[in-house]
Design a protein around this ligand. Sequence first.
Ligand code: BTN
Length: 332
Amino acid sequence: MKLDPDSQILRALINQPDTYVNGQDIAEKLGMSRVGVWKRLQKLSESGLQLEAVRNRGYRISGEPGQPLQSLLNAWLDREHVQMPLHWHNSIGSTNTEAQRLLAEGHATPFAVASGEQTQGRGRMGRRWHSPAGGNLYVSFAFNPSLPPKRMQTITLFFGLRICIFLNQRYGLPVRIKWPNDLLLNGKKICGMLTEARVDADAIRDLIFGMGININCNLSNWPDEVRAMATSLSHELGGLLPFHRITAELTGLIEESYQHFLLNDPAKILQEWPQYDYLHGQILNFEQNGRKYTGTSKGIDLEGRLRIQDNEGKIQILNAGEVSIGSSNVSR
Ligand code: BTN
């Protein structure tokens, strides 16, 4: 990706986060004038970027802007070696819908569409996805996989698993994955995933993986019913996270995970599932063929279906649908 001049300057600053970077050095490296660098940084700080400038030492980014900045995002995408283009919007109806539109227009894949707010965010089963502005990330990734449709469920689970492992390892957040499409932190939802595909004869023609992740939002403005089940990373951590950096890291992660998914068989890609499986060993209530059951969750099979051992010891395979946790007296 070719970086615009603002992003190139920011790229130089994020490369050395703990030191002041000399304006003259940046100017020489980028073939600009020193004043040109200063003017651009001045403009960026007017757009909300927190910048420290110290005479004879240089510049340093001291904090993230409140509203995401495309140029800072581009700088981080470059630093994370992300190849796919990311189309950023401050507000949009739905990033999944926009990705569908771009695919229909013939845009080459892979690409990402991201936004800081959605006015018509969509969840699973036709539900609405609460998508306020103020620190969350709503993002959709478009691919042309040419895979058998039965691998569709596993791609969502695999991406979810990789995001979960990333948040654990990189940010020390004990996130777990809850079949079929949620990521939870301390028992509350921090991320929902929605995969939509167009299937031709026997193959997936194109696929959109959308996720809404609550990063830095303030829960106090949320409707009570959402707050009862959901939380944000910053709320649980007790501090803000670097939004631009995480957005770029997640984009790089999905880009890399997609290649990994194409090259590896299902047994290999879901090897780490049990370690992060929120439902493992839990007593679940579920419905199968119109009957209500209670059983113990036993992980997933190679097609990403949930395995539940019912009260008679039989393994029931759940393709999709809802499960609720906790024993109930409606068991068969
Ligand atoms: C769910 O848990 O029901 C899935 C929620 C998926 C929400 C994401 S946000 C980005 C993308 N665009 C949408 O309209 N939905 C998905």
